[in-house]
Design a protein. Structure first.
Length: 585
C-alpha cells in the first residue's frame, strides 16, 4: 500500500464522515420537533420505547444523537430513567440500518441487480440534490436535497476508501494484524477504541465493511469481536454528554454502557462456548459487508430481547453505580439542557414547552395579583413577588438558549418559532411586572385601610374580568398556536382601552360629588394603567403569532387593515365584548 493509497483512504474517510454528518443533520431537521414529541409521549412501556428508539435512530441515522437526547430529557425532568431504558435498547437496533444501507455497495451483477449498487444511482441522487438546493424555494425541498447530497457523499467516501483498500489485499503484514484481532479480547478493545475516537459506530462499521469487501482478509472470527466492541465504543458519546448532568441523567449513560458491556460479555461467552463444543465451520470463512450487517443486527436484536424483561434490574444497577448521597438535592432541575442544541429542532420544541410553563405561571400570577385588590393576603402577595422573580429567570434562560439555537441551521418554520418565542417571552415578563404593580396598589390600600366605593369596586371587577379573559385567550392561543383565537384578542383589547377611559371619567365625577378621594384616585389610576398595559402585551403576543403564521411582519399595516372596515369581523367581535363588559349606568 503506497503513500498515495493512505492519503486516498484518509480522504475517503473524511468524505464518508462528512456525508454521515450531513445526512444525519438534514434528517433531524426534516423530522423537526416531532422527534421530541415521539420520544416524550410514546414511552409508556419498555416495548414501545424499544420500537420508538429503533425507529427514531433509523430515521436520523445516529444512535449517539438518540442517546444524548435521552440524557437531556432525563436531566431536564421530561422523562424518567425507566422510560429512557427502552429507547436506548431500541437505538442499538435502529443504528444497524446504516450497516444495511452501506452493504448495498457489495451488490454485484447486471440488469436490475446493478441498480441496487449505490455507485450506479448515487450520481443521479447527487444531481437531484443539487437541483433541489439551488433552484427550489421550499425549505423542506432544500432539506430533502441536503439529505440526497449527504447520502451521495457517504457512498462516494466509501467507494474511495474501498479503492484505496484494494492494495491491502495481498499485504502480508495487514493480514497478520487482522488475524491478531480474532482474539476476542483484542478485537473488542480495538472496536471500542476505534468507535470512541470516531464518535460514531456507523463510521467504524463502514470502515470494517470496506476492508471486508476489498481485502478479503476479514473472517467471522475477526469481525465478530470487533463489531461487539464497536457497540461498547458508541457509549462514549453519551458518557461525555452526561458530564455536569444530574444523577438521573448520568444513570442513563451508565445504563447504555452496562447494556452493551454485559450484552457483549454474555453473547461472546455463549458463542465461544458453543464454538468450543461443536467447532462452528463458518468461523474462518471470509465475509462481505452484508455479513457484517447481519452480525450487527443479530447481536443487537438478541441482546435487546434478552435484556428487555430486566429493565428494572438495569435501572437498579445504574442507581447502585451512581448513588444518592444524604443531603443531595436535585430538585433544582436546569430549565433548559444544552445537550439538545446538537439537535436544533428538538431544542426548539423543548424551548416551546418551557415557554408554555412560563406563560401559565404568568397567567396564574396576574390572577393572584387581581385577587389581592378585593381581598389582600400577605402570603398570596409574597407568592406574586416570588413568581415574578421566577418569570425573570425564565426570560433570561429562555432568551439566552434561543439565541444559541438561532445560530444553528434552522428551517423556515423553526426560525418562525424562534422569532415568536423571543417576542413572546419579553411580553410575558412585562406582564409579570404589572402583576407586582397591581399587588403593590392593593398593598397600599390594605396598609392605609382605605377601599373603593361599591360602585367603583363593581366597575373595577368588570375591568378585571375583561383582563382575565384577554389573558386566558392569549395564553391558550400561544400554547395551541391558534391563529383564529389570537385574532379575537385585539377587539377585546380595544374594549379594555375604552373601559380604562370610562372608569377614569367616572372617578372624576365621583370625586366632584365627594364620594371618592384623591388618594384613591391615584391608586385607581395605577390599577387601570397596569390593567391596560397587560392587555397591550396580550395584543403584542397575539399579533406576533398572527404575523408569523401569515408571513406579515408589518405590525402597523396589520393593525390598520384589521380596523379599516367597520363591517368587518373585528367590529362584530368588538361590539360583542363591549356589550359583555358594559359598565352599569
Amino acid at each position: 500500500m503506497t503513500v498515495h493509497d493512505v492519503l486516498a483512504m484518509l480522504g475517503g474517510l473524511a468524505v464518508f464522515m462528512f456525508g454521515m454528518h450531513t445526512l444525519s443533520a438534514a434528517l433531524e431537521k426534516l423530522a423537526g420537533g416531532r422527534l421530541e414529541h415521539w420520544l416524550e409521549k410514546m414511552t409508556s412501556n419498555p416495548l414501545k420505547g424499544v420500537a420508538l428508539g429503533a425507529g427514531v435512530t433509523a430515521l436520523i441515522q445516529s444512535s449517539a444523537a438518540t442517546t444524548v437526547m435521552m440524557v437531556g430529557f432525563v436531566n431536564s425532568g421530561i422523562m424518567k430513567l425507566s422510560q429512557a431504558i427502552g429507547v436506548i435498547m431500541g437505538a442499538n437496533i435502529g443504528t444497524t440500518a446504516t450497516a444495511w444501507i452501506l452493504s448495498l455497495s457489495s451488490v454485484n451483477g447486471t440488469g436490475i441487480m446493478a441498480l441496487f449498487n449505490p455507485s450506479n444511482f448515487t450520481p443521479v441522487l447527487a444531481l437531484i440534490g443539487v437541483v433541489l438546493i439551488m433552484f427550489m424555494k421550499s425549505d423542506k425541498k432544500k432539506t430533502v436535497g441536503t439529505i440526497l447530497i449527504g447520502f451521495s457523499l457517504l457512498m462516494f467516501g466509501m467507494n474511495n476508501m474501498s479503492a484505496a483498500a484494494e492494495g491491502l489485499k495481498d499485504n502480508e503484514a495487514f493480514a497478520n494484524v487482522m488475524v491478531a484481532f480474532s482474539n476476542p479480547f483484542l478485537g473488542v478493545l480495538v472496536g471500542a477504541l476505534l468507535t470512541a475516537v470516531l464518535q460514531s459506530s456507523s463510521v467504524s462499521i463502514g470502515i470494517l465493511q470496506t476492508l471486508s469487501n476489498k481485502t478479503g482478509t476479514i473472517t467471522y472470527s475477526i469481525a465478530l469481536p470487533i463489531i461487539l466492541g464497536q457497540n461498547i465504543g458508541s457509549c462514549v458519546t453519551a458518557l461525555i454528554s452526561s458530564i455536569g448532568a444530574n444523577k438521573s441523567a448520568k444513570r442513563v449513560a451508565i445504563v447504555h454502557l452496562y447494556f452493551n458491556v454485559i450484552g457483549t460479555v454474555v453473547f461472546l461467552s455463549l458463542f465461544y462456548i458453543v464454538n468450543g463444543l461443536i467447532d462452528l465451520p463458518f468461523m474462518e470463512q471470509q465475509l462481505n459487508s452484508t455479513g457484517i450487517a447481519v452480525i450487527h443486527t443479530c447481536f443487537n436484536v438478541l441482546v435487546t430481547t434478552l435484556f428487555l424483561p430486566f429493565t428494572k434490574q438495569l435501572e437498579k444497577l445504574a442507581c447502585l453505580t451512581v448513588r444518592d448521597k444524604p443531603g443531595d438535592d436535585e430538585t433544582e432541575v436546569p430549565i433548559l439542557d444544552k445537550r439538545f442544541l446538537k439537535t436544533p429542532a428538538v431544542a426548539i420544541e423543548h424551548c416551546k414547552n418551557v415557554a408554555f410553563k412560563m406563560a401559565k405561571l404568568t397567567q396564574k400570577t396576574i390572577t393572584m395579583s387581581m385577587e389581592l385588590v378585593g381581598k389582600y393576603d400577605k402570603e398570596t402577595a409574597q407568592t406574586v413577588v416570588d413568581n415574578e422573580n421566577a418569570i425573570d429567570i425564565y426570560e433570561d434562560k429562555i432568551g439566552s438558549y434561543i439565541l444559541q439555537v438561532a445560530s444553528k441551521d434552522l428551517s423556515v418554520a423553526d426560525s418562525q418559532v424562534v422569532s415568536n418565542l423571543l417576542h413572546t417571552i419579553g411580553d410575558l415578563e412585562r406582564i409579570s411586572d404589572h402583576a407586582v404593580n397591581i399587588k403593590e396598589a392593593a398593598e397600599e390600600m390594605y396598609e392605609k385601610k382605605i377601599k373603593f366605593s361599591p360602585a367603583a369596586e363593581e366597575e373595577i371587577g368588570i375591568m378585571m374580568n375583561a383582563v382575565t379573559e384577554i389573558l386566558d385567550m392569549t395564553i391558550s392561543s400561544f400554547v395551541a398556536v391558534d391563529v383564529a383565537k389570537a385574532k379575537e384578542v385585539e377587539p377585546l383589547e380595544d374594549v379594555i382601552d375604552g373601559l380604562r377611559t370610562e372608569l377614569k371619567n367616572r372617578h372624576v365625577e365621583r370625586l366632584r360629588q365627594g364620594i371618592c378621594t384623591i388618594e384613591l384616585g391615584f391608586i385607581l389610576q395605577d390599577l387601570l394603567t397596569n390593567f391596560e398595559r397587560v392587555s397591550d402585551h396580550c395584543s403584542n403576543i397575539a399579533v406576533c403569532l398572527i404575523q408569523i403564521k401569515e408571513n406579515n411582519m408589518d405590525t402597523h399595516e396589520y393593525m390598520n387593515e384589521l380596523k379599516r372596515l367597520d363591517k368587518s369581523e373585528f367590529m362584530d367581535e368588538f361590539n360583542q365584548y363591549k356589550n359583555k363588559y358594559a359598565l352599569p349606568d
